[in-house]
Design a protein around this ligand. Structure first.
Ligand code: 13P
Ligand code: ZN
Length: 271
């Protein structure tokens, strides 16, 4: 059996968490990540029959029975995961009843998976249907993205078009746009269901005055969506209050879409 602390699915996760912490995306315990793992891969490091604890998730996810995820712990600080993965992360498997999570490793101090487990697992179900290779759901609190939801109307067309207009790469990276939820109580099944509903058509979902969700095939892809949204939001605030005299027009966006062969939200432009 190999040492779990050397497993790429642990080391890549903790490196990503340190990076996100240093970027200021994850203050205190802010943010959470879940990654779908391959059972054969995990079996190289763990005895899959050794269930250390069972955790009631509070919702049913029959589609995920037998699926294994590495998840961040609730209340755990991103900055600490790299030096102490065993207390800050957990590897869970959804049991046959679809509502119990079996702890296979981690959360060694009696911790629990992220309080946003409903949003993560419900989003995994939806994103897997949209893209069978999707493995990552990532949530964090980047400053300018969050601030954007204080000042823009909370509709997907306005926010997506604003972000597309802030820099050329935006529409190339997220041609499918950005889903937006109104302010809601976090950590609930309700916000989990609402997030998953948005994830049917968007890989990115903003939670108003809270943060952002990104999804992807790997950590880089989910993070890449989030950092690109944040970069565009930075442009928005760097130019806010200044006389903006140059713009990316709807026609420019169409030209970009043609050049990069993008399947984009045409209804978000006013042509
Ligand atoms: P957890 O510490 O439970 O993951 O919660 C952090 C967070 O960002 C809540 O939305
Ligand atoms: Zn949060």
């Amino acid at each position: 059996m190999k040492d779990i602390l050397t497993a790429p699915f642990v080391t890549e996760m903790t490196r990503m968490m340190s990076n996100m912490y240093r970027l200021g995306y994850d203050e205190r315990n802010g943010g959470n990540i879940s990654v779908l793992l391959d059972a054969d891969d995990v079996a190289k490091y763990l005895n899959l029959d050794d269930v250390q604890d069972t955790i009631h998730t509070g919702f049913e996810a029959p589609e995920l029975v037998g699926r294994i995820f590495i998840v961040t712990g609730s209340g755990k600080y991103f900055k600490n995961a790299e030096t102490d993965p065993e207390n800050n992360l957990g590897i869970i498997r959804i049991a046959g009843d679809g509502t119990t999570a079996e702890l296979l490793w981690g959360l060694a101090d009696g911790g629990r998976p992220t309080s946003e487990l409903p949003a993560h697992l419900m989003s995994h179900i939806v994103r897997m249907k949209a893209d069978p290779q999707n493995r990552v759901i990532m949530h964090c609190h980047p400053d300018r993205t969050l601030a954007l939801t204080h000042v823009l109307p909370l509709d997907e067309k306005t926010i997506t078009r604003t972000l597309w207009g802030m820099m050329t790469e935006s529409i190339v990276v997220f041609p499918d746009g950005v889903g937006v939820l109104p302010w809601m109580v976090c950590g609930t099944n309700e916000i989990g269901r609402a997030t998953a509903e948005k994830m049917k058509q968007y890989r990115i979902v903003l939670w108003a005055i809270h943060g952002i969700y990104g999804s992807g095939r790997d950590l880089d892809e989910a993070f890449g969506l989030i950092e690109t949204v944040e970069k565009a939001a930075i442009q928005y605030f760097l130019t806010a209050g200044l006389p903006r005299v140059n713009f990316i027009t709807d026609e420019n966006l169409v030209d970009l879409a043609k050049a990069f062969k993008l399947d984009y939200r045409k209804d978000f432009l006013d042509l």
